[in-house]
Unconditional design. Structure first.
Length: 356
């Protein structure tokens, strides 16, 4: 099916050729498919690497936010939720890595649970990026002035609504997932009532959780760029720069995946030339590569904070130095950040605390 999970297309449990029957009842070999062999090894390695980097990076983001930042600020609330979303998304990847090199050994319940976990993280990431953009748009373009407590309350309520929507949207994916015996092992796969229901689900996924955020974000950034260029407000420019970097990375990761997913729906509808052997093989290879690129988003977000956010680098340096006692190195970093931010930091703080 179109929405068959990427990890269910493994080298050990997938067919490696397409079959049909001739008029006389004989079996005809139509097209050999080596993509599952490639996908099994390639994807399992990618999943484990992505999981490790995501776990380290997003944990550091959470620690930095909790230790140094004001969690009543709306942007920090959304970044916190985004980091949690990335961790939820990456949590299931080691299980699918095992599945790629073996078969499904974790039972039906875990098959359904981990499928739901994947889609919750997948959907919520897109929605929180959209929320961050809309919030920044209201501040920059419309100069929205609301008390901090009211903005915090609204951001908390909006976050709760997003999580509720994403959990609800992931339920069908989880419910219509099951384990099944095959000649090469146990499968964890999506099973829908009909191809029509399957295709409708894909179109809803693409339109609601990709195209809608894309349209909203493009509109918001177009208006924000116009406003910033006319006002030249430096503080607003920094916040917009960080969010714009997050959004750019997100779409570079997820756009190829959604394109290949859409092409897969056309193949299911027997639209030529996607049903030809060479086209099917190319689409299978592209799907393996694109869905792994898409998964990179959960470990790229922390890197964007490091390279774009000066304050985040400062907080991270402070945390690392406190743990390791690198007093001289930290003093050097402190001087560097003081120059970048035009602020003076108390060296006694570093001398006192970084030698622990």
């Amino acid at each position: 099916t179109v929405t068959e999970l990427p990890w269910s297309m493994t080298g050990n449990v997938s067919e490696d050729y397409y079959e049909d029957y001739s008029d006389d009842g004989g079996l005809v070999l139509l097209c050999e498919d080596y993509s599952p062999e490639f996908g099994g090894t390639f994807s399992s390695v990618c999943y484990l690497l992505i999981f490790c980097f995501s776990l380290i990076g997003n944990t550091l983001v959470l620690c930095t936010l909790i230790k140094y930042e004001n969690l009543k600020k709306v942007t920090n609330i959304f970044i916190l939720n985004l980091a949690v979303s990335d961790l939820i998304f990456s949590f299931s990847l080691p299980f699918w890595a095992v599945y790629h090199v073996h078969h499904w050994v974790f039972g039906t319940f875990m098959c359904q649970l981990l499928t739901g976990v994947f889609f919750i993280g997948f959907y919520s990431c897109m929605m929180f990026l959209m929320l961050m953009t809309v919030d920044r748009y209201l501040i920059v373009v419309h100069a929205t002035t609301v008390s901090l407590s009211r903005r915090t309350f609204r951001a908390t309520v909006a976050s709760g609504i997003i999580w509720t929507i994403c959990i609800g949207a992931s339920l069908p994916e989880s419910i219509f997932t099951e384990t099944a015996e095959s000649e090469n092992g146990i499968l964890c796969r999506s099973v829908f009532i009909s191809i029509t229901v399957d295709l409708v689900g894909v179109y809803i996924q693409i339109s609601l959780f990709f195209l809608l955020p894309f349209v909203v974000i493009v509109y918001c950034y177009t208006r924000m760029i116009q406003t910033i260029l006319s006002s030249r407000i430096r503080k607003k420019q920094k916040a917009v720069k960080l969010i714009f970097t997050l959004i750019t990375g997100f779409f570079l990761c997820w756009a190829p995946y959604n394109v290949t997913l859409f092409l897969s729906t056309l193949r299911e509808l027997n639209i030529s030339p996607l049903t030809q052997c060479a086209a099917e093989q190319a689409l299978n290879y592209a799907f393996y590569v694109c869905h792994n690129i898409a998964y990179l988003h959960c470990c790229l977000n922390p890197l964007f904070y490091v390279f774009v956010g000066v304050k985040f680098r400062q907080y991270l340096a402070s945390m690392v130095c406190k743990k390791r006692g690198f007093t001289l190195t930290c003093l050097s970093w402190q001087a560097h950040y003081s120059t970048q931010t035009n602020k003076k930091y108390n060296c006694s703080f570093f001398k006192k605390n970084l030698s622990i």
